[in-house]
Design a protein around this ligand. Structure first.
Ligand code: BES
Ligand code: MN
Ligand code: MN
Length: 465
């Protein structure tokens, strides 16, 4: 391990420079105008994986964006770790709220990152975090310290729901055969308090369209006489939750597995400062489902949120218009046992049923994903536990995350293989927001921890033989 860390230290600057080049490529998966850039990012990554020493590096095309693969098989009898990550990023909008260009990385010091953080879209989610694995592998490989087989599968469609990944996995079961999926795409509690994510929420995402009159109308001439779809949409959305924050879609909670009071206690034992939380978000009070703590509301409870809403005139000044149409994008975060397609159907049925006769309602489902929980009593988890203890000086705390990563449940279903979510970001890194950033401390800490994970994993597995 000494040689590995010496190598990492010697190559620190290059490791950062390469990430900066990677971040300059705007690999936005949601917007077709970036298609060429997504491909360029895949090519850059493949080149770097090859340089790092991985074999059979290849760009696999899909119906959407390509998947980048590479492997190092040192001995067929040894266990195999499959590293997963995503090189696609969220759109940078609203671009005017960035202090520097989203694809012109700069390093700045912040309170949470006194050693500096790199600002760019994808810095933390997930280019910075996946690139730690490429660099950690390079350090292991160049020092003859790869202790088991490694495969890399890095996709370009995570931020749009990973639709083509399942098809790819089903068609390449042999290629992807492995014992564990190792993912760095989540966060730790803070830089002094490591944690491992042991659960993710699922997702049902829908777009709704409410149509009133067959064209935009003069809001004086017709106002008061016909349904205004924007007003109606607001009323319909407002009716989806009661005053206690409970979602009123019939059967929405039916499949939710309630946690035991022991589990709830454990989840709430994680360090959390309400004062800091509110301050960091600029809010006077938190809100949410009655009877649950903020930690529970954001990790173990399902939610319903409007992600965007529009209709009518939104330009400069006042235009008097009664719009013909109104739209909203709505996400529902799901917890274990809830089924995304079932929830989408329940939503559609309910939403249509509450529409007044004066409007027409359409519900269009988008991508979804299943919730997941990962075990803590396996060698795969223990290796993360031991690796973080070495690198942070403290054992990590198992926590449930509120976001979604579709591969986790999918890979377990298709391949029967579970994941370990050893991420290194901070919740305050502004992923999906303007000024996304990733701490240099976190980048290097990840590169230091990953070889330890491999070492402990190989050791634990060897003991079992
Ligand atoms: N890396 C995030 C998920 C995440 C972030 C989990 C922080 C836990 C902590 C991932 O890239 C993401 O944003 N996923 C999407 C889901 C996808 C289907 C669009 C999400 O959660 O909105
Ligand atoms: Mn991510
Ligand atoms: Mn994301």
């Amino acid at each position: 391990m000494k040689a590995v860390s010496t190598y990492i230290n010697k190559n620190k600057k290059r490791y950062l420079d390469e990430l900066i080049e990677f971040l300059k490529i705007p690999s936005v998966s949601a917007d077709p105008k970036y298609k060429g850039d997504v491909k360029k990012a895949a090519k850059y990554l493949q080149g770097k994986m090859k340089e790092a020493g991985l074999d059979k590096t290849k760009i696999y095309p899909t119906k959407g964006h390509p998947i980048v693969y590479g492997e190092k098989i040192i001995d067929k009898k040894l266990p195999t770790v499959l590293v997963y990550g995503h090189y696609d990023v969220q759109p940078p909008d609203p671009i005017e709220l960035w202090d520097s260009g989203p694809f012109e990385p700069v390093i700045k010091k912040t309170k949470a990152h006194p050693k500096g953080a790199i600002y760019a879209r994808g810095a933390c989610d997930d280019k910075g975090q996946l690139y730690m694995h490429v660099k950690a592998f390079e350090a292991m490989y160049k020092n003859d310290a790869v202790p088991c087989n490694v495969k890399f599968m890095i996709e370009g469609e995570e931020e749009v729901g990973s639709d083509n990944l399942e098809i790819f996995c089903k068609a390449n079961k042999k290629l992807l055969a492995s014992d564990v999926v190792l993912i760095s795409d989540t966060s730790i509690i803070d830089n002094k308090t490591p944690s491992v994510t042991v659960g993710l929420r699922g997702l049902s995402y829908v777009e709704v369209e409410v149509t009133g009159p067959n064209k935009d109308l003069h809001s004086g001439v017709y106002g008061g006489g016909v349904a205004n779809p924007v007003n109606i949409l607001c009323e319909m959305i407002a009716s989806l939750k009661d005053k206690n924050g409970k979602i009123k879609i019939p059967e929405f909670y039916k499949d939710v597995k309630n946690l035991s009071s022991k589990d709830r206690k454990a989840i709430n034992a994680a360090p959390f400062s309400m004062t800091k939380y509110k301050k960091s978000l600029g809010i006077k009070e938190v809100m949410g489902e009655k009877g649950y703590t903020t930690i529970e509301r954001t990790s173990t409870r399902p939610t319903l949120d409007v992600n965007g809403i529009w209709g009518g005139y939104i330009g400069e000044g006042a235009k008097t218009v009664l719009p013909s149409k109104a739209y909203a994008k709505i996400s529902m975060r799901l917890v274990p046992n809830q089924h995304p397609d079932k929830i989408t159907k329940l939503f559609a049925k309910h939403f249509k049923s509450i529409a007044p006769k004066g409007v027409k309602v359409e519900v269009r489902p988008h991508h979804g994903g299943f919730p997941a929980v990962t075990p803590t009593d396996t060698d795969e988890y223990k290796a993360a536990h031991l690796a973080m203890k070495d690198s942070f000086g403290k054992y990590p705390i198992p926590v449930r995350g509120g976001g979604s990563i579709p591969i986790v449940a999918m890979f377990e279903k298709v391949m029967g293989v579970k994941s370990v979510l050893m991420g290194f970001g901070l919740d305050s890194d502004d992923i999906h927001s303007p000024n996304e950033h990733y701490g240099l401390f976190n980048y290097y800490k990840g590169i230091e921890t990953i070889p330890l994970y491999f070492k402990y994993y190989a050791e634990l597995k060897a003991k079992k033989k």
